[in-house]
Design a protein around this ligand. Structure first.
Ligand code: GTP
Ligand code: MG
Length: 396
């Protein structure tokens, strides 16, 4: 599957940057291209300059809102982020339309944080406009939810996230949701508790790396690496709709486990056990708390050592997934690779009940009432102040 990626705001830009990296790896290792164009859009010139991988020119690092923000961001005001994006959307389309072989793009992948101002405002506007502009191509959005401590100290994070989710849910074909609070968690070997990892570079890799196999699988041209059931763009498009969550898990498989030293039966069983282990890890690593039983669609991709992959693994994972997602239409694929690991990607899509998203909507509705109350109090205080001072002469 080939995508065109646009990142908005600081978080979106850095995620887009990672897509350039995986695209380069795909070109170098497999001779295939998975990202036809990658762009970053921001109101903050310094953030654009800080990117590492995206081409360093104004066509790929697109500065908007310069007149209104002086190139310094919108300071979390998502309405301003949305406004300047609308005003300068032609500039963004100018770049996207210039993408080489754009017609080969299977889908657009847009990324932003929900909590900031530029990204959350811009992705809301551009999802709708890109859908209108390229009516034949799906638009998938990657949205990153704020850390809990940000929600507690900065109300705008909650409000912006809710407004962003509501807006893009109305126009995106699917929304991949990533909860910063769950990403980058490290399980302590001492007590089994999770510690929070605030390192954005690692978190962004955790978000983007799983797209590598997912996008490469259907583009593979080397016969050795083409699976018995290829997962192509059609399977992915048929799966992705509405609220979506993708988890990734890996199990190491020493080479001798596959080829030597064990009877065929034992070796096959240990392969299946490794596949199940990777699947369980993928479920534990879902970047958003969700209930698989609510998924209307699901997809899994199993990658393992080429020439040694055993279809029993795919069968076993399929059976287990059916049990936990009984309502879902499940698609699958296998992707033989050169590594001695078994990787499992699992996507749950068409999720109907997401507690975390509901929470944003409820909290945000309460906040709107609270903002209204504060505004009325402020106006009343100002009126009272004016009344108190009305007899005092003003100097001019
Ligand atoms: N996963 C991840 N989250 C990020 C990253 N950068 C910022 N965030 C999160 O994104 C939110 C802040 O949004 P930003 O993307 O920095 O904001 P912006 O879109 O640039 O908007 P303004 O700065 O307000 O103009 C917070 O919740 C951060 O935790 C990143 O690189 N990766
Ligand atoms: Mg910013």
């Amino acid at each position: 599957m080939k995508v065109t990626v646009v990142g908005f705001g600081q978080c979106g830009g850095k995620i887009a940057d990672e897509f350039v990296r995986i695209n380069r790896t795909a070109i170098n290792r497999r001779g295939i291209e998975i990202c036809l164009g990658v762009y970053a859009v921001n109101t903050d010139a310094a953030d654009l300059a800080g990117l590492h991988q995206i081409k360093d020119d104004y066509k790929h690092r697109i500065l908007i809102g310069g007149n209104k923000t002086g190139g310094h961001g919108v300071g979390k005001i998502n309405e301003l982020g949305a406004l300047v994006t609308k005003e300068e959307s032609a500039k963004i389309f100018d770049s996207i339309d210039g993408t080489k072989r754009l017609y080969e793009t299977d889908a657009f992948l847009l990324a932003a944080s929900g909590g900031g101002g530029t990204g959350s405002g811009a992705i809301s506007v551009m999802t709708k406009l890109i859908k209108e502009h390229f009516s034949d191509k799906p638009v998938y959005d990657i949205v990153v939810l704020p850390f809990e401590h940000e929600e507690q100290t900065e109300e705008r994070s909650t409000f912006n996230t809710a407004a962003c989710l509501k807006s893009i849910n109305a126009s995106a074909d699917a929304l991949f949701i990533y909860d910063n609070q769950r990403l980058g968690r490290k399980e302590s070997s001492l007590n089994g508790n999770f510690t929070l990892n605030g390192n954005f570079t690692e978190i962004n890799k955790e978000i983007v790396d799983p797209f590598y196999d997912l996008l490469c699988a259907g583009e593979e041209t080397n016969r050795k690496f083409i699976g018995s059931k290829t997962l192509d763009a059609g399977d992915i498009k048929q799966t992705l709709t509405g609220w979506t969550c993708m988890g990734f898990g890996r199990a190491d498989v020493p080479v001798f486990n596959f080829s030597f030293g064990k009877s065929g039966f034992a070796s096959r069983n240990s392969q299946i056990a490794k596949g199940v282990q990777a699947m369980e890890q993928a479920l534990a690593n879902l970047p958003l708390e969700c209930n698989a039983a609510d998924a209307g669609r699901a997809l899994f991709l199993v990658s393992g050592p080429a020439g040694e992959m055993n279809m029993e693994i795919v069968k076993e994972i399929g059976i287990r997934l059916r049990k936990i997602a009984p309502q879902a239409t499940i698609r699958n694929g296998d992707y033989p690779r050169e590594k001695d690991v078994i990787d499992v990607h699992i996507i749950f899509s068409a999720l109907s009940h997401l507690g975390k998203i509901r929470e944003y909507y409820v909290k945000s509705s309460n906040l709107i009432k609270e903002y209204q109350r504060r505004r009325e109090n402020l106006e009343r205080d100002q009126r009272e102040m004016g009344d108190l001072g009305k007899d005092i002469p003003a100097l001019s």
